[in-house]
Design a binder for this molecule. Structure first.
Ligand code: UD1
Ligand code: MG
Length: 486
């Protein structure tokens, strides 16, 4: 479908008073993105000649989000209603013949639905086509007043409903397609006849209808697509739907998700076939997982890249890090920014890493901190090993070669190098390089004192005895003195 004659207009200037927030409504997030971004992205594939976003509250932040996506912004100040927002948008619309208009707070809309609405509008030679929905609970929405099966007479806002109109359960999604040469004159006739003294875009519908123009209502198949985010409860519901859709996409692509409703997945996350995601997992940002990975309960992956056959044991955190094929990490591991674990390496429990490379087949099984470190292939890092990468002023690197054995509870004071095949004795504080194939030992030498403990016990026992007998004497004395006193 060619849409060179189409403009997209997104109304995103409102404050969102009902959210009770300092943040403008369209900057709130659902499904892992801000509301306004979700809508701009849904419109992108329509390839319209321009996308105009009407901004007002926190205009700078909103513009900074949508302009990189190719949209232009116009400022509506003050915000005198959706009709006024359209009048403000007019100057940016150029030579488009049609416009798809969307509110900034209904982010679940799908591109396919917009395409069918545009086709219905074009084929029906309509002045306006409203995307409507039939819902069980229409409260909070404007209602569609039909004059026949196929034609619309007006949209009545909830505050202006009278009598039987309250029973209408076909609602206005606030998503429309307009023929612009018909809309602009009708909009000019709209007056702020409501308690907020605002110009309502919805009032342009009655105006067009009274002129005998064709107004269509295109009923959306899945009413969830037009859910508006006016309250925090709406936001939670919309987020829930986004997350459900994302999980369904992965399930259909061959990913196992246990107790899916407990798993949170951002829109750009990908996973290969037969990957298993356990309950309570969060997969965020641009996280990418290969095939046959297992992500166990309570783990949070943010912008992580995983190869195939990777196991993330329970309660591990991975951020901006790369795990190659057949790596195992956790439970309770924390891989911070810039960690690169090469194939077959293993990171165990209570290990923290940052800007470090752990090479093929290396093992860091427990209780370790590696910062700004390089660990060679097949090296073993003992429990409790710490790289002291920060001297209070600067960060320094630690290089550990291949096939190295670092004994438990060692402290490697950076900058320092441990050569290939070297050993570091347990409990060492290493401040100087250890050459290849050597033993580095840096700790107090052990001295055993024979029979020291036995002697000590005897001494203590001897010191105890006189104390006991002197106490008995004092007691006797006091008895005598009492008798004398009688
Ligand atoms: C609107 C519709 C209602 C529809 C509902 C669907 C009107 C008058 N009513 O009501 O029929 O059922 O959406 O969700 O249009 N905005 C501006 N400038 C303004 C006012 C609003 O840009 O001066 C933007 C808001 O930022 C928001 C959108 O327009 O993104 C809709 O405004 P909102 O206040 O949410 O309208 P609703 O009461 O939901
Ligand atoms: Mg709304």
């Amino acid at each position: 479908m060619s849409n060179h004659d189409l403009a997209i207009i997104i109304l995103a200037a409102g404050k969102g008073t009902r959210l009770k927030s300092r943040l403008a409504k369209v900057l709130h997030r659902a499904g892992g993105r801000t509301l306004v971004e979700q809508i701009v992205r849904a419109c992108e594939p329509l390839k319209a000649r321009e996308t105009v976003v009407v901004v007002g509250h926190q205009a700078e932040q909103v513009s900074a989000l949508v302009e990189p996506l190719g949209a232009v912004t116009v400022l509506q100040q003050p915000q005198n209603g959706t009709g006024h927002a359209m009048q403000v948008a007019k100057r940016a619309v150029g030579r488009a013949k049609f416009a798809v208009v969307l509110p900034g707070d209904a982010p679940l809309i799908r591109t396919e639905t917009l395409k069918t609405m545009i086709s219905a509008h074009r084929n029906g030679n309509a002045a306006a086509t409203i995307l409507s929905a039939v819902v069980a609970d229409p409260s909070g929405y404007g209602r569609i007043l039909r004059k026949s099966e196929t034609a619309v007479a007006a949209i009545v806002e909830e505050s202006q409903l009278t009598g039987d109109q309250r029973e209408i359960n076909e609602i206005n999604s606030a998503i429309y397609c307009f023929t612009l040469e018909k809309l602009w004159p009708a909009l000019a006739q709209v007056r702020p006849n409501n308690k907020h003294r605002e110009l309502y875009l919805t009032d342009a519908i009655a105006c067009l209808s009274s002129k005998g123009e064709t107004i269509l209502a295109h009923v959306v198949a899945d009413a969830r697509e037009v859910l508006g985010c006016n309250t925090r409860a709406d936001l939670a519901e919309v987020d829930r739907v986004f997350r459900e859709w994302k999980r369904s996409t992965l399930l259909e692509a061959g990913v196992t998700i246990q107790l899916p409703e407990t798993v949170l997945i951002d829109p750009e996350v990908t996973a290969g076939v037969d990957t298993v995601i356990e309950p309570g997992v969060q997969l965020l940002g641009k996280t990418k997982m290969g095939a046959r990975c297992t992500i166990r309960t309570g783990s949070v992956l943010t912008d992580a890249t995983l190869g195939d056959d990777v196991t993330v044991e329970a309660h591990s955190l991975v951020a901006q890090s790369r795990l190659e094929n057949s790596v195992t990490i956790g439970p309770f591991a924390r891989l911070r920014i810039g960690t690169h674990v090469k194939s077959g390496a293993r990171i165990g429990n209570f290990v923290e890493t940052k800007k470090s490379t752990i090479s093929e087949g290396a093992k860091v099984p427990h209780l370790t901190y590696l910062g700004d470190a390089k660990v060679g292939p097949k090296t073993n890092i003992g429990a409790g090993t710490i790289t002291c990468n920060y001297d209070g002023f600067q960060k320094h690197p630690t290089h550990i070669g291949k096939g190295v054995f670092i004994g438990s509870d060692s402290v490697l004071v950076a900058p320092v190098r441990i050569g290939d095949g070297a050993y570091v004795a347990a409990g060492s504080t290493i401040t100087e390089n250890v050459p290849a194939h050597s033993l580095g030992i840096a700790r107090g030498r052990q001295v055993n004192k024979p029979r020291w403990a036995a002697r000590k016990r005897r001494e203590l026992a001897a010191a105890e005895k006189p104390k006991k007998s002197s106490r008995r004497k004092t007691r006797k004395k006091s008895h005598r003195s009492v008798r004398r006193g009688k």
